[in-house]
Design a protein around this ligand. Structure first.
Ligand SMILES: [Mg+2]
Length: 132
């Protein structure tokens, strides 16, 4: 049974915005493998329709469970409620501001950058998920 939910940010975590399209980041290569061990969801900022469109264009949307998609204009305001409803989460995000809040709330967090590879991401997630 998949007990742990991975909640991914979208902008500069899963996709980079280019002039006329959305380009996948390096870590997206890890989604297929991760989906066999973890539930995959979204924790992202902005207009829900636009954010989901980015993932559809990048052919990534099918990896995510529709019941754990949290997209809003001020996502940090929602984090406490999401954590209360889903205590077994790991947030994956490129934002240090989000990392700071997650640390305060004792939520597991993996910081990614444009240099993070799929192997590094999987290693970090597996490492962090071992501890209660
Ligand atoms: Mg971001």
């Amino acid at each position: 049974m998949k007990k742990i939910t991975l909640l991914f940010d979208i902008d500069d975590t899963l996709v980079h915005e280019n002039i006329n399209c959305f380009k996948k980041t390096k870590i997206t290569g890890a989604l297929e493998g991760l989906s066999s061990d973890y539930k995959l969801g979204l924790f992202s900022q902005g207009f829900c329709n636009i954010q989901i469109l980015k993932l559809k264009v990048a052919n990534l949307y099918h990896f995510f469970s529709k019941d754990i998609i949290f997209i809003s204009h001020n996502k940090l305001k929602k984090l406490n409620d999401i954590f209360f409803a889903h205590p077994n989460i790991i947030i994956i995000d490129n934002s240090k501001a989000v990392q700071k809040i997650a640390n305060k709330l004792n939520i597991k967090f993996v910081l990614v950058s444009s240099r993070t590879t799929k192997d590094e991401l999987v290693k970090q997630i597996n490492e962090i998920s071992k501890y209660p």
